[in-house]
Design a protein around this ligand. Structure first.
Ligand SMILES: *Cc1c(COP(=O)(O)O)cnc(C)c1O
Length: 346
């Protein structure tokens, strides 16, 4: 890995960050707060929240088995994705390399930040070859994006190939593990201590049943987290979100029960889907959705919309011609989907 100073954009390296009122007193015990022009009435929402979300990070550190100073929290994973570009990629000069197909936000954020987005097509099994990703890099490549389990294909990317990419690259490798709670494969989050150029993304939006609160996280070395903290909005995670996240982390047993139900349903729905006349292939998955190739994705998508059932049509995505991406719902939602598809006439 190059020294972090060489990877960070020069303007970010030189940046004197905004120092918020709640930041400056940190480290001292205080009980009278006359520093932030808040209304003194209406606790607790009258006060600015902790800009570094320390209490929540301690809880996440325990749950995710990562050190608290190696956690960044943001307004969804999308904030961390955007920050990676803004902190490390010089617009018009630097580039990033990503697998294709994958989650669309990596490209959107590259376009917004005027950063070249290079893609390497997955193979027929939706897997990577480390050398192909490394060959696509040049001296201006700052980030490599891998998503595992991958969206929209659903499969986990082979661990040893991802580790070869991480070991073979002198910039940062971002592994988006939004769906790792549904996977059999051991998450790369557990390898962070050994790989200073690894950034792992997680979210509360999928397994943790909290898409509405907008809480995403990045796990990385404390040096990388410091860069994010310098650039992020001072109060980027609001107090309602921090409180609700603590609540859901305390209800971990409920979430684990839901995970078991979803995974049971996943295998039942996939088995039933394979029997449908419209089904050509169901791809293996390690996520809470699966990709299926059908006879006519657009027509079936339109038919399902008329039935009031929305799935994701991925037919225009590379390698996904005539594919639908189907999220696992409750048992009755899944039964409704399968019932509707059994009624479908070509
Ligand atoms: C759903 C999803 C996310 C979650 O994004 P949030 O902004 O945290 O809701 C991140 N990465 C991938 C690959 C996803 O599919």
């Amino acid at each position: 890995m190059k020294p972090l100073q060489q990877l960070i954009r020069p303007n970010i390296l030189a940046l004197a960050p905004y120092s918020s009122a709640r930041n400056e007193y940190a480290g001292h015990e205080a009980h009278v707060f006359l520093d932030a022009n808040e209304n003194p009435y209406g606790a607790p929402m009258n006060r600015y929240p902790d800009p570094l979300q320390r209490e929540l990070k301690e809880r996440i550190a325990q749950t995710k088995d990562v050190p608290a100073d190696g956690i960044f929290l943001g307004n969804g994973s999308d904030e961390a994705i955007d920050l990676l570009y803004r902190c490390f990629c010089q617009p018009g000069i630097d580039n990033v390399v990503a697998i294709e197909p994958t989650y669309g936000m990596y490209r959107v954020c590259a376009d917004i930040n005027d950063v070249e987005y290079r893609t390497v097509l997955l193979d027929e099994q939706f897997q990577i070859k480390a050398e192909e990703l490394l060959d696509a890099c040049d001296e201006h490549t700052k980030l490599i994006w891998i998503c595992s389990p991958n969206n929209p294909t659903g499969n986990s990317i082979q661990r040893d190939e991802m580790l070869k990419v991480i070991d073979g690259f002198d910039g940062l490798v971002v592994v988006d593990e939004a769906y790792s709670d549904f996977a059999r494969q051991q998450p790369l989050r557990m390898e962070l201590a050994k790989h200073p150029n690894l950034v792992v993304l997680n979210t509360m939006s999928k397994a943790w049943a909290s898409a509405a609160i907008r809480l995403g996280m990045a796990f990385a070395s404390p040096d990388i987290i410091d860069v994010f903290n310098k650039v992020k909005y001072p109060y980027n995670v609001n107090l309602l979100t921090q409180q609700q996240a603590m609540k859901i982390l305390d209800a971990k047993a409920d979430v684990e029960r839901q995970l078991q139900l979803i995974m049971q349903q996943r295998s039942q729905v996939m088995t039933a889907f394979r029997q449908l006349p419209i089904c050509q292939q169901v791809y293996p998955t390690d996520a809470n959705f699966f990709l299926a190739r059908v006879t006519d994705a657009q027509a079936i998508y339109n038919y399902l919309v008329k039935c009031g059932i929305i799935v994701r049509n991925r037919t225009r995505v590379q390698l996904c011609h005539n594919c639908l991406r189907i999220t696992i719902g409750t048992r009755s939602e899944n039964d409704e989907l399968l019932g509707a598809l059994r009624q479908y006439k070509n």
